[in-house]
Design a protein around this ligand. Structure first.
Ligand code: SF4
Length: 386
């Protein structure tokens, strides 16, 4: 890939922001490179195209940030582009006549140049090794996270989904739910730490994979949370996990309090719909009262909550009933301003324009009636970003 630069050098302003664990260098209007504290590129912008590296070493590209990420088939070409761009920034920084604005803890050009030179060391061979290390550390792919947790470090004390029968979800059909043994979990934690090195500091939260870590029996889950705190250390946003109350041990408020004391800060549960018949049709339990009761008890611990709703589920047949029952149920729960309601469009449910109408209806109605934050949840936009 060629790096084009039509801008007059004399007009160029180079901006450098350095944090404890990363460095961002930009040459407005069309070049930027963000790298971690070990010299691995994280994202780059070249012209109107933005590239982001994923944790497994693959790469996606965007035309703009609201765009759907598109996989880049030849990740090596973008790894090469990152090296080329780092080299170009080094050249810029060596030109005394160029204006450079330095912010953060690297306050002279030579130190920034030193950091950019590390990018050159990330050759194709090292990226191949990185992908192999990722696969050894993670026993199954990371396929989904709630949007507010995209920058979490995923740790998998369990694999798969203990239910696996929802008609709209193909994520875990081909594998059984399994809790990692002590030696497996130890290897998993070590693998992640080796993979990321000091750049692990970039992850400000931890997400327990995979589909329902809350299915892990209470004593084992407490043990795993302690283990994570000791090995990885506390994180600003603490720990979060998906929770399926229908396939998890029944927990008292005291049980939730014990998990909270070990760092679990938020759980995300798939309601999908408040309509029992539709929920059953989707492959979930139709015992909505059980769901409500589990959430009521959970709320007594003051732990954060996210609830997912499927917009368009049941198509035209269930449209009105799904709207009414779901809004009623959500309004009956106790919410705080830091909780989330995520609206996930189910593309096979309704034609695209009707789906958009439904998304707008739920967003408007819920924003007016519950204090929680309400946001769309496009699961096909998820990537486990580096
Ligand atoms: S419980 Fe969640 S992860 Fe499991 S099959 Fe249903 S939607 Fe998929």
């Amino acid at each position: 890939m060629h790096i084009g630069n039509n801008q007059e050098l004399s007009e160029m302003l180079i901006r450098v922001r350095t944090g404890q664990f990363d460095l961002l260098i930009t040459a407005e209007p069309d070049q930027s490179l963000r790298i971690d504290c070990e010299g691995r590129w994280l994202s780059l912008r070249q012209g109107s195209t933005i590239y982001r590296r994923l944790m497994d070493g693959s790469v996606v590209r965007y035309r703009h940030m609201r765009d759907k990420p598109r996989p880049v088939e030849t990740a090596e070409s973008v790894h090469g582009l990152a090296q080329e761009l780092a080299g170009q920034f080094i050249d810029y920084l060596r030109q005394d006549t160029l204006e450079v604005e330095l912010r953060g803890h690297l306050t002279d050009r030579e130190r920034v140049i030193g950091r950019l030179e590390w990018v050159q060391a990330w050759t194709d061979r090292r990226w191949t090794e990185w992908s192999a290390q990722f696969e050894a550390a993670y026993l199954e792919p990371v396929v989904i996270l709630p949007p507010d947790r995209y920058q979490d470090l995923v740790i998998q004390p369990a694999l798969g989904c203990p239910h696996g029968e929802c008609s709209f979800c193909a994520f875990y059909r081909d594998r059984a739910f399994r809790i990692l043994s002590d030696p497996e979990f130890e290897r998993h934690l070590e693998g992640i730490q080796t993979l990321l090195g000091s750049a692990i500091g970039l992850r400000d939260g931890i997400f327990l994979g995979s589909a329902n870590a809350l299915a892990i029996p209470q004593p084992t889950l407490i043990d795993r949370l302690r283990w994570i705190a000791e090995q990885v250390g506390p994180r600003k946003r603490q720990v979060a996990a998906f929770w399926d109350p229908d396939h998890s041990p029944t927990r008292t408020a005291a049980d939730w309090g014990d998990l909270k004391a070990q760092g679990l800060a938020t759980v995300y549960a798939g309601l999908e719909t408040g309509l029992p018949a539709l929920r059953k049709k989707l492959g979930k339990s139709n015992r909505i009262e059980d769901f409500k009761e589990a959430v009521r008890i959970h709320r007594q611990s003051d732990m954060g909550l996210g609830i997912m709703v499927l917009v368009g589920a049941g198509g035209e047949t269930f449209r009105e009933a799904h709207r009414t029952a779901t809004v009623q149920l959500l309004e009956s729960l106790a919410w705080t301003r830091s909780d989330w309601i995520y609206l996930s469009p189910l593309s096979e449910g309704l034609p695209r324009y009707r789906l958009q109408e439904e998304l707008e209806y739920f967003t408007r109605t819920l924003r007016n009636s519950v204090p929680a934050r309400v946001a769309p949840y496009h699961i096909n936009r998820f990537c486990y970003f580096a």
